[in-house]
Design a protein around this ligand. Structure first.
Ligand code: MN
Ligand code: MN
Length: 262
């Protein structure tokens, strides 16, 4: 059950409206890492979840994201207001000004419509929680960039609040994943092939001018993987023989086969 409280989660005060900045803020309204995407992703995952504790956590955070949508929507509305009457302001984004009346709609900062394709819902709790940790990290960095692009104190304070909450969520999702007490790289139910899983293929040749003889090997060893030289050195694994096709020997597609038969 959803319930609306007639208060914003965070009171928004904007000094001088900045329509260009309002447009940038749409990224957090109807964008890929925006608040609606977060609200829908966690809520839908929650509806699917059969683990009572984690279901509760997903739905609580999903609901908070809806409250964020309301806050960021209020912020955008205040910044876009000049678009309603001022021709110059309207020219900043004719789609928002003329089609949307200078208000918020479910588009991102360049006018692309919001899409459910933004959502990562796999039905596997461990995988979904990993997606959510990454989603919170993306939301955090987008807010940080937005903060850098405004001098308005009220806007900065509201964005600082929203950005902070994403770190809180990141911590909660991490705790939810860790408390499942599965080994770090255990996904699903089928075990990976022993041996093969420890191989890191060195799929490049040449020496990087910055790294010199050094390469990714340090990171790879740290991960308990071992480097396997590229098969191209030994001439195996890659067919480099010149290809001489014979006319008429190509494999035909099904449609063509059918036409031939008729
Ligand atoms: Mn949020
Ligand atoms: Mn969040």
């Amino acid at each position: 059950m959803y319930h609306h409280v007639k208060n914003l989660m965070y009171t928004v005060n904007v000094g001088q409206p900045d329509v260009k900045f309002g447009n940038m803020l749409l990224e957090q309204f109807g964008g890929a890492n925006g608040e609606l995407a977060a609200a829908m992703q966690y809520s839908i995952q929650g509806f699917n979840c059969e683990d009572a504790e984690r279901k509760d956590l997903l739905l609580d955070i999903g609901t908070e994201e809806l409250s964020h949508l309301e806050v960021v929507g209020a912020l955008i509305r205040m910044h876009l207001r000049p678009m309603k009457k001022d021709r110059n302001a309207a020219e900043t984004d004719p789609l928002v000004a003329v089609a949307g009346g200078g208000g918020v709609s479910l588009v991102n900062s360049v006018g692309d419509a919001w899409t459910a394709d933004y959502l990562k819902v796999t039905g596997d709790l461990g995988v979904d929680l990993r997606s959510n940790i990454a989603a919170e990290a993306r939301a955090k960095i987008v807010y940080e960039r937005l903060i850098h692009f405004t001098d308005d104190p009220g806007s900065r304070e509201a964005l600082q609040f929203l950005m902070t909450r994403e770190i809180t969520h990141l911590r909660a999702f991490t705790a939810a994943l860790e408390s499942m007490e599965r080994p770090a790289f255990s996904i699903g139910t089928i075990a990976p092939t022993p041996g093969l899983v420890d191989e890191f293929y060195k799929d490049s040749t040449g020496i990087d001018p910055e790294l010199g003889e050094e390469n990714a090997s340090v990171i790879v060893k740290h991960a308990g993987l071992h480097l396997v030289e590229s098969p191209i050195f030994k001439g195996e694994g890659l067919d480099t023989k010149p290809h001489k096709p014979v006319a008429g020997s190509e494999t035909a597609g099904r449609t063509r086969e059918k036409k031939r038969a008729s």
